[in-house]
Design a protein around this ligand. Structure first.
Ligand code: GAL
Length: 746
């Protein structure tokens, strides 16, 4: 049988280029995923991580290999690496965004083996995205999981499901199998498979559990044979955004080799859904769906790109449940399988694209582009969440030969999905299935080609920090609202994906100079700016009521919002109507601004006008906003005028972590007023102490950024309770968060 064993534990690390003969004393113990440097969240330099480092792992094989072949599977090493086993150089990999496998069968020894990986995290001009400037940082290290895999000499190498007739009563699926025979003679294999899924109610009555199916296939010697089987999924529920039903298929293979029976099995997960871009819109399972989303970079404060499974999954949750997005673009590279797993599980659509940024290099560089197309699609083509492949280097100039080749390759590897290629000029040769366009016009321009999807807007047009004044933050929010509204109002635009979800680290040529692009609707800690509420308030009120004041309710800092708007403030909400009380005076029931934002499911509310604000200016009392849904009051939020800090809040995203030496949760903290709302200009310093067996990742003491920030709590290899104590200076507020470190899985 095959064995697949997590290989993240027990590594040694040195932030230097060390020889194979260097003693272990020059290394420190680490767990993968690992960042080659821990950094502050801003104000650092590329040279702080762009160096060559060395990883080493001593191991004895956890199981005897027997006749099996043994592989190391790396999910991602940034930017390039060379792998050595027992003193012998096995291979190299260029490019940190796609996985690679190395066979180690013939170099393994009985007893101890020494694996060494020389990781080059410099900005290698021969590897995408490098060659010119890039508006993001790549960071470094063995930053995604490593796995040890044993397979029999006859084994399933790959499996891809293509579904058909998904909207009928009898959907079908075909399973493409690639079966490898390493033996010197042809071998007949028996292949069985069994699908596990939830059945549709209308299908239950007629459901006959089919006997496990079996096919016998002859695989020639030293050959990988592709074979297609039919899967019985006629009764399976479909995958949708509200009910993301996944189907698991266990595929089993057996073959007689002399007296021995060789067996192999693998499990894949897929979903039945029809996703179509048409000239008049995007359709999911036959229903028109306006795509509304944000771009995601995979960067985090302090740890760069080395975020473990839990943080990766959390980002998908934030995008769907906190920001109400139905799509995310993995700008500008394939992202973590953990992130994508969660997108599949919760029903969040994905635009996945190859690495690169505004630059195309020489023929070797282009060969890596094609390699990336192949690696991305082969890794992710069973995922129901992925609805389009981005096969152009983001915003590069036309290169018709290259992009004809990437499109052809994508269609060959996956005939079920359309391609896109992100550019910023409409005159570009349209070689893909969907015209994917970065529209920085501050509105939505008329498409020249359809289907048309806006893949970026906003961003550098109006960077906004959590500590900017209200006027700027409101304008930032309204730009997102206006552009999403414009996209929603055009039948010939399938949707809009804004730039971007989270602030991110960047090169000195971009951003605010402190190595941060403040382009997110959330900051890099994934904490909201006012623009986040534009997205959040589009959530269906049946799922969750949202009522967010689009104001800091402070008076001297908000003279006017310019000609466009003299209103007192905005409220972002999915309520039907709201009522605002200034002190005890009601401003009456207020309707959403359908005139300004009528295409959004839930337009923002404009409250009062400048005159009202001015007249009350000398003695403005506290305010209260009540949200009504179906005629009933369902939510209330209060706004304080005194603006005094009253408490420090500290919250861990998770109550429990795994004792695996790498699991992490976010610890978010804020200084709040008497009603619990963040004070965006509270620059308090917060100190932390950990009681128990866990480590803080981040800066301690921490000076707040816009009244908020976050650190991470990282598990060691020890179970038990952990309490984090925080104190805000100079106020003396304290707060605690408790987390249990246990053995449970995520
Ligand atoms: C785009 C680019 C993004 C980001 C953005 C900033 O041109 O594709 O990566 O740099 O601008 O607004």
């Amino acid at each position: 049988m095959r064995s697949v064993i997590n290989f993240n534990q027990g590594w040694l690390y040195a932030a230097r280029d060390l020889a194979l003969s260097a003693p272990d004393s020059g290394f420190v113990p680490v767990t993968i995923p690992h960042s080659n440097a821990l950094l502050p969240h801003h104000n650092f330099d590329v040279s702080d991580y762009a160096f060559i480092s060395t990883y080493r792992k001593r191991f004895t094989l956890p199981e005897a290999a027997g006749q099996r072949r043994v592989f190391l599977d790396f999910d991602g090493v940034m930017t390039a690496c060379e792998v050595f086993l027992n003193g012998q150089r096995l291979s190299e990999q260029d490019g940190g965004y796609v996985p690679f496998s190395i066979e180690i069968t013939n170099q393994l020894r009985a007893g101890e083996n020494v694996l060494q990986v020389r990781v080059d995290s410099t900005e290698r001009e021969d590897i995408p995205p490098f060659g010119y400037v890039v508006d993001y940082l790549t960071f470094g290290g063995i930053y995604r999981d490593v796995t040890l895999r044993y397979v029999e000499p006859i084994h399933i190498q790959d499996a891809f499901v293509r579904s058909h007739d998904v909207l009928t009563d009898a959907p079908r699926a075909e399973l493409d199998l690639w079966i490898r025979n390493d033996m010197a003679a042809a071998v007949e294999v028996a292949v069985n498979w069994i699908c596990d899924y939830e059945a549709r109610e209308d299908a239950l009555a007629n459901l006959v559990l089919a006997d496990p199916l079996e096919e016998r296939i002859l695989i020639p010697a030293h050959t990988t044979l592709q074979h297609t089987c039919a899967l019985d999924v006629a009764a399976a529920k479909r995958w949708s955004l509200d009910d993301p039903q996944r189907i698991t298929c266990e595929i089993m293979l057996s073959a007689a080799l002399g007296q021995d029976i060789v067996e192999d099995s693998t499990t894949i997960t897929f979903g039945l859904r029809e996703a179509e871009f048409r000239p008049d819109g995007f359709y999911l399972n036959g229903d028109k769906l306006k795509l509304r989303g944000l771009n995601r970079h995979q960067m985090y404060p302090y740890i760069g790109i080395a975020a473990p499974e839990r943080l990766q999954r959390k980002d998908a949750d934030i995008l769907k449940y906190e920001l109400g997005c139905n799509i995310v673009r993995t700008s500008h590279y394939p992202q973590s399988p953990h992130f994508l797993d969660r997108c599949d599980e919760i029903g969040l659509l994905v635009f996945e694209e190859i690495p690169g940024w505004q630059f195309v290099g020489d023929s070797d560089w282009k060969a890596l582009v094609l390699r990336d197309v192949q690696a991305m699609i082969e890794r992710d083509r069973n995922r129901p969440s992925i609805i389009i492949w981005g096969v152009r280097v983001n915003e590069s100039w036309d290169d018709d030969a290259l992009y004809a080749a990437t499109n052809e390759l994508a269609h060959k590897l996956d005939p079920t999905r359309p391609t896109g290629g992100v550019r910023y000029f409409q005159e570009s040769t349209f070689l893909e299935d969907v015209f994917t366009f970065n529209d920085f016009s501050n509105t939505i321009v008329a498409p020249q080609h359809t289907p048309h999807l806006v893949t970026e807007f906003g961003g550098h047009m109006f960077p906004t920090k959590t500590f900017d004044n209200e006027e700027r933050q409101v304008e930032h929010a309204l730009r997102h609202a206006r552009i999403q509204n414009a996209a929603a109002g055009r039948y010939d635009v399938t949707g809009a994906i804004g730039w971007c979800a989270f602030d991110y680290n960047t090169h000195v040529e971009f951003g605010a100079g402190d190595r941060v692009c403040y382009h997110g609707v959330m900051d890099m800690f994934r904490l909201p700016k006012l623009a986040a509420y534009v997205y959040e308030s589009q959530i269906d009120p049946k799922q969750r009521i949202v009522l967010r004041p689009g104001t800091f309710y402070a008076f001297g800092d908000r003279n006017n919002y310019g000609a466009e708007s003299d209103c007192a403030f905005y409220v972002f909400s999915n309520c039907d109507e709201i009522e605002v009380f200034i002190g005890d005076d009601s401003l009456g029931r207020i309707q959403p601004d359908r005139e300004g934002f009528g295409h959004l499911p839930h337009p923002p509310f404009k409250v009062g006008d400048g005159y009202l604000w001015q007249s009350q200016r000398l003695r403005v009392p506290d305010a209260r906003i009540t949200g009504y849904y179906n005629g009933h009051p369902v939510a209330e939020v209060a706004l304080a005028t005194d603006k005094l800090p009253r408490a420090l809040t500290l919250a861990a995203d998770d109550d429990e972590l795994r004792a695996d030496g790498i699991d992490m949760t976010r610890l978010a903290f804020q200084v709040v007023d008497k009603f619990g709302l963040r004070l965006p200009h509270a620059h308090a310093v917060v100190t932390f102490e950990v009681e128990g067996e866990a480590d803080l990742i981040g800066v301690n003491p921490f000076p707040l950024v816009g009244g908020q920030a976050a650190l991470y709590l990282k598990a060691r290899h020890v179970s038990g309770g952990v309490t984090v104590h925080a104190t805000a200076h100079p106020y003396g507020f304290t707060a605690q968060a408790r987390v249990t470190i246990g053995q449970d899985s995520i």
